[in-house]
Ligand binder design. Structure first.
Ligand SMILES: NC(=O)c1ccc[n+]([C@@H]2O[C@H](COP(=O)([O-])OP(=O)(O)OC[C@H]3O[C@@H](n4cnc5c(N)ncnc54)[C@H](O)[C@@H]3O)[C@@H](O)[C@H]2O)c1
Length: 305
């Protein structure tokens, strides 16, 4: 059985070593397609693959159709909006992600961005401290929980809203559970965004929620750019000179945002949230282990389609 690692942006060599160990000990063979330069290369490589490990690589209906032996695709990471789930389901292909493996890395970046902004992007002027401020966590999943843990270390007050996670489970962590996104945005100095990009959440962060934010509020987005109504955000940036926006996902209108939000806007040039050695290794090895467990034992625990 061939397990293919197809990554435009490769794993660290030490992660590949770990993946190889998991796959070969199970008696399967590992093939690598790294830094591929065309979709044709990907289509060719998947032709005889039974299992596929990917990162942010686009797996659309054409790729699925080119892989007649494919049984499973694992996205080494949390979001899986780069995989066409309908096409996979129709072809009988199981799709999984590796939840939780990169969440500490993303959560640490949230605070890197926040300290940077609270200290006026290190421009030499006097800034503010996080201690005593109220942070609102929008979606209390794997990343959100890590943000809560670290926020407490900073001495912040922590609140959260999640559409599906029970309030009792949020409160059990010593975090105030709020009943709506509106209340979260209205009552927090900082909102940290961790909702997935779904049909329901796309462009859901716009005028209505932004206008609820108090004076001096900061929105930090390490989730997806698709969840933001970018036009509404740009307008809000112009209307509210006290508001700051920090993101790990370069907006399509970055140039206009830079212009409108001078000294109040920052985007990492490339998505950095999961870019740590630890997250890379954890997610890669988890993907390999999930594939082995699926192919040998039929374990579908992390199935998303
Ligand atoms: N910047 C990066 O490199 C990076 C890395 C990892 C994850 N991410 C993004 O962060 C997101 C969160 O990651 P995670 O690991 O915490 O995912 P997760 O699946 O563990 O948590 C997502 C949470 O969102 C909640 N949710 C779903 N729809 C909602 C809605 N409409 N309103 C409120 N809550 C809702 C779910 O109940 C769940 O608790 C991912 O979907 C991904 O897009 C980015």
């Amino acid at each position: 059985m061939k397990v293919l690692v197809a990554t435009d942006k490769p794993f660290a060599p030490v992660a590949i070593e770990g993946i190889r160990r998991e796959v070969e000990v199970a008696g399967f063979s590992l093939a690598l397609l790294e830094k591929y330069s065309s979709k044709e290369q990907l289509l060719e490589a998947v032709a005889d693959a039974e299992a596929l490990i990917i990162r942010s690589d686009l797996i659309d209906a054409e790729v699925i159709a080119a892989a007649p032996k494919l049984k499973i695709v694992v996205r080494a990471g949390a979001g899986y909006d780069n995989v066409d789930l309908d096409a996979a389901s129709k072809a009988g292909v199981c799709v999984m992600n590796t939840p939780g493996q990169n969440s500490n890395a993303v959560a640490e970046l949230v605070f890197g961005l926040l300290v940077f902004a609270f200290r006026n992007f290190y421009n030499g002027s006097s800034g503010f401290e996080l201690k005593g401020k109220r942070i609102g966590i929008h979606a209390y999943g794997n990343v959100g929980r890590n943000v809560a843990r670290i926020a407490k270390g900073f001495g912040m007050e922590v609140a959260a809203y999640d559409a599906f996670c029970p309030a009792a489970s949020i409160e059990a962590d010593g975090v105030k559970a709020l009943p709506s996104a509106e209340e979260l945005y209205a009552s927090c100095d900082v909102v940290s965004l961790h909702i997935p990009a779904t049909e329901q959440t796309k462009k859901s962060i716009g005028k209505i929620l932004l206008e609820k934010m108090p004076k001096g509020a900061v929105l930090v987005n390490t989730a997806r750019k698709e969840v933001i109504d970018e036009e509404a955000l740009l307008l809000f940036m112009k209307e509210r000179p006290d508001f700051k926006y920090l993101t790990d996902i370069l907006p399509a209108n970055d140039a206009a945002m830079q212009e409108a939000g001078k000294g109040r806007y920052f985007s990492t040039p490339k998505k950095m949230g999961a870019q740590t050695a630890e997250a890379n290794i954890n997610a890669g090895i988890a993907a390999a282990q999930q594939i082995v467990d699926f192919l040998k034992n039929g374990n579908e625990s992390f199935r998303v389609n």
